[in-house]
Design a protein. Structure first.
Length: 555
């Protein structure tokens, strides 16, 4: 798919003096615009860094369910039915179209015309469209008999499609969706404003040359307009993909004005008058394209109410963009157009992203292995939804066994170990009795004891607080996890720094903290020294960081 041009400010990934090397990037090394962005960039764009653009994980129904939805698309069902009807072969004209005598019976076959009486012209048009799609999908093969007749012969895929074979059906649907996607952005000469070829041209050879130049110019303009429309549609589909990935069930429908605004208005800004005009233009441009995609079941689409523009021409104050940018009622929003990316649409957009080399994960991809694989994937994958992955993983296990496995896999002092323990703590915090039982078993563990006692006490259990060395180790471990996962989120880090239990004697507190045998002790102290608002506290933290580094060096 074409790279996105979503209008968001530039952000750097992974700010801070202790930024990790590229091979150990974690989720929050990326700005939200990058994490939720599902687009590429031009290789020669020197204004962007080499950070990979990340596509949010999505959940898809089983392939059999998607295939059933694809076969329920009228245009697909008609193409398959006509291909079967062509058996053992069907005479066609020299262009591969159905001959006149077959068009009426074909319309009746697929339910577009009554069994008796005249066949409406609209039905014939739809028959020819469905037959053309059957040819484009290679459901029929065109050839010539020895007698010179042009014929169409059904292919093996027809039987597989009729049987509902998921792989066959989804391949057919995806090919059809690609065809419709290309047709949706086609621009012809009638759509281009200005003089047509030959208009105003001189006579004779000079006139012929002018005609040729004008034709080439017009064709170039058509090509440029189609490419721009294709880029716009790709961007809109990718934004819909992102919005759908993070939407609550039942809330995937997006007002067309909101979709257009996301493509126009920079993040965090309010639209000005120029932007409002651009939003309206994009709404009008996207509306017919989305209508074409709706025919293949890629989106559900309610078009813009044409009466809105009649009202505007009559002098009414409300313009589409102004209404879309405000907070209209549900009824008003619907008049400005609505769109929803269907599960089939998610499948299609994801396949296009994968074909273009993007990593477009599915929720549950990380939940297929054991606890160690799950936590390693959560810690190392930049585009992941940890809560959803953990839920999927736990759903396939007995809760107590799952909790024990997570705790066992979270041990260690490697670079990602604090992040593993953070995700484990979050999982067990919501697991209930099974989680508490597993936590009770590790209250004396040197790496997990502080975490376990902290959670058990917060759940109301009568458990003694961790001893001082364990509590300090837990402080460093938790801080470093937040630092690794939230690098660059200065506000979050400052809040954590301000919450450190520093007494009136910071030298004493940091005198204990720098001795904590944790691989991230020095990094934590460096961060406190950089972000703490109390100069005296910050100074003591920096001094302690120097001692911790010296101790690590000696070790």
């Amino acid at each position: 798919m074409a790279g996105r041009r979503r209008n968001t400010p530039d952000h750097s990934a992974g700010a801070g003096p202790q930024a990790a090397p590229a091979e150990s990037l974690l989720p929050a090394d990326y700005d939200l615009a990058e994490l939720y962005g599902a687009g590429g960039r031009d290789e020669d764009d020197e204004d962007l860094d080499d950070t990979a653009v990340l596509v949010p994980p999505i959940a898809l129904p089983p392939e059999a369910e998607l295939a059933a939805a694809a076969l329920a698309v009228p245009l697909i069902a008609r193409a398959v039915a006509l291909a079967r009807w062509a058996a053992p072969h069907r005479v066609v004209d020299e262009f591969g179209d159905l001959v006149e005598d077959d068009r009426g019976p074909a319309a009746r076959l697929i339910g577009l015309a009554p069994e008796e009486g005249e066949v409406p012209e609209e039905a014939v048009i739809e028959v020819l469209r469905a037959w053309s799609l059957a040819c484009d999908l290679d459901l029929v093969e065109l050839g010539t008999t020895q007698a010179g007749e042009h014929v169409a012969v059904p292919m093996e895929e027809v039987a597989d499609a009729e049987a509902g074979d998921p792989s066959t059906v989804l391949d057919l649907w995806l090919t059809a969706a690609g065809i419709v996607r290309e047709l949706a952005v086609d621009t012809d000469l009638l759509d281009i404003e200005g003089e047509g070829p030959g208009e105003g041209a001189g006579a004779g050879a000079a006139g012929d040359a002018d005609d040729e130049d004008a034709a080439e110019s017009a064709l170039a303009e058509v090509e440029e307009a189609s490419e721009a429309a294709a880029e716009l549609l790709d961007e809109a589909l990718q934004v819909l993909y992102e919005l759908t990935a993070f939407a609550e069930p039942g809330e995937e429908t997006v007002p067309l004005g909101v979709l257009a605004a996301l493509l126009v208005v920079p993040e965090g800004e309010e639209p000005d008058e120029e932007m409002l005009g651009q939003i309206t233009d994009l709404m009008v441009e996207l509306d017919p394209m989305l209508a074409d995609l709706a025919e293949l079941g890629l989106v559900e689409h309610r078009p813009i109410d044409p009466e809105l523009f009649e009202e505007e021409e009559e002098g009414e104050e409300a313009a589409p963009a102004a209404e879309a940018a405000g907070e209209p009622s549900e009824e008003d929003a619907a008049r400005f157009g609505l769109v929803r990316l269907t599960p089939l649409g998610q499948y299609g957009v994801r396949e296009w992203l994968l074909a273009d080399g993007y990593d477009a994960p599915l929720i549950g991809d990380l939940a297929q292995g054991d606890a160690a694989a799950l936590l390693r994937g959560l810690a190392e994958s930049p585009n992941v939804l940890p809560d959803r992955e953990i839920q999927v993983w736990l759903a396939g296990r007995e809760p107590l066994d799952g909790a024990r496995d997570l705790l066992a896999a979270s041990r260690g002092l490697d670079a990602h170990s604090p992040v593993r323990r953070m995700f484990t703590a979050a999982a067990l915090d919501d697991l209930g009795e099974a989680g508490d039982t597993a936590l009770t078993e590790v209250v004396d563990d040197p790496e997990l004891g502080g975490l376990a006692r902290e959670l058990l006490r917060s759940h109301g259990h009568d458990v003694a607080a961790a001893e001082r060395p364990v509590a300090l180790w837990r402080t460093v471990d938790h801080f470093s996890a937040v630092l690794l996962v939230g690098r660059g989120e200065a506000g979050q880090l400052r809040e954590l720094v301000a919450g450190l239990p520093v007494t009136d004697n910071p030298a004493s507190y940091f005198g204990e903290l720098w001795r904590v045998p944790h691989p991230y002790t020095a990094l934590v102290l460096d961060t406190v020294g950089e972000l703490h608002t109390d100069r005296a506290v910050a100074k003591e933290a920096r001094k302690a960081a120097f001692k911790a580094k010296s101790q690590q060096g000696n070790g």
